[in-house]
Design a protein around this ligand. Structure first.
Ligand code: GZL
Length: 324
């Protein structure tokens, strides 16, 4: 009995002390920030790596993250954003699968007073106030880097003419539009480079294989270069090339974007010639920006991560594990 009364006295003394010092008892610590994250899908190792990185970064930051998988459909992402509004999250984060068609739902978020942070891809809108900022790659630069590699390769080969086929990402997505624009802004002015055709592979490995099978059939023996907007499609394309008896990286130059482990391994094997990095590791910076937004602070409108280019001109032994 004495022990209980001693314990009760200790608790009262602690509470009294807190009251005097103005300290809040631990139980009243600030509630964790809650963010809603609408991820567009799980179409590639890049996307899966991005989701994993976001989840781990939220844990590191002590942020509660509601994660919704859009399963490659814009309507699913719009529904998820409405769910986040209903939950009154502190910040909405999403990677828009395509650039257009977001104004209405983002106006609802604005009316609810919830800041929106774009990750990875951007949107087209006439009202920039609908989102607080965007963190993602400079896809136009990625395309330019791919083009500049090809011109350097043409110089090294002493090539008179190189026929290029392009396997693009999801129609009307930011990476598809910008990687195409950036690449052609470099190569279209060089008479040695002739683009035979661009076909949509939707960032999917299976579609990358189908696209390559179609292109091999249509341009039998004419193809010198494959420029693919992501590694997943490149892996599919390589399956098709090898099934047709074509040596990727030797008979045909392979240029790809993302920098996932499988692509780097093939670069080291000589089956890919150039890997333009597009890092999915954006989570820690996203959580930093969300913390600022939740605190009512403004953030920079556009944040680009620093990215590298790995090519067969480089010392490839220096490339460490990729993590995706
Ligand atoms: C790029 C990202 C792209 C990747 C693809 O930031 O949007 O989507 O390049 C992924 O692998 O599908």
């Amino acid at each position: 009995m004495k022990k209980i009364s001693a314990l009760l006295m200790l608790i009262c003394a602690a509470l009294l002390l807190c009251a005097c010092t103005g300290e809040k008892p631990a139980a009243e610590e600030a509630a964790p920030i809650v963010i809603g994250f609408s991820q567009l899908g799980s179409e590639s190792s890049w996307r899966i790596g991005n989701t994993k990185d976001m989840t781990e970064a939220a844990e590191r930051a002590g942020i509660t993250m509601m994660l919704k998988d859009g399963r490659q459909k814009q309507e699913n992402q719009i529904a998820a954003i409405r769910e986040f509004i209903a939950h009154r999250v502190d910040v909405i984060v999403f990677s828009p699968i395509v650039e257009d068609g977001w104004d209405n739902v983002l106006r609802e978020a604005k009316q609810a007073g919830i800041p929106v942070l774009l990750i990875d891809r951007i949107i087209q809108t006439t009202d920039d106030s609908l989102y607080a900022g965007c963190i993602g790659a400079d896809f136009y630069l990625e395309g330019r880097n791919a083009g500049e590699y090809l011109l350097k390769k043409a110089d090294a080969m002493g090539a008179k003419e190189l026929h290029v086929v392009e396997i693009t990402g999801t129609e009307d997505s930011t990476p598809m539009r910008q990687r195409m624009k950036g690449f052609h802004s470099v190569v279209d002015g060089d008479s040695r480079i002739v683009t035979l055709e661009s076909v949509n592979g939707d960032f999917l490995r299976s579609r990358g294989r189908e696209c390559m099978e179609y292109l091999l059939k249509k341009y039998d023996g004419e193809i010198d270069v494959v420029y693919s907007h992501n590694d997943s499609m490149t892996l599919g394309a390589i399956e098709a090339l090898e099934a047709a008896g074509v040596k990727p990286g030797q008979d045909v130059i392979i240029i790809t974007v993302d920098g996932e482990q499988a692509a780097i391994d093939l670069l080291k094997e000589g089956k890919i010639n150039c890997v333009v990095e597009c890092t999915p590791m954006l989570g820690d910076e996203v959580m930093r920006l969300c913390t600022k937004l939740a605190g009512g602070e403004k953030i920079v409108k556009l944040t680009h991560p620093v990215e590298q280019v790995f090519t067969d001109f480089d010392d490839l032994t220096q490339i460490g594990p990729r993590g995706y």
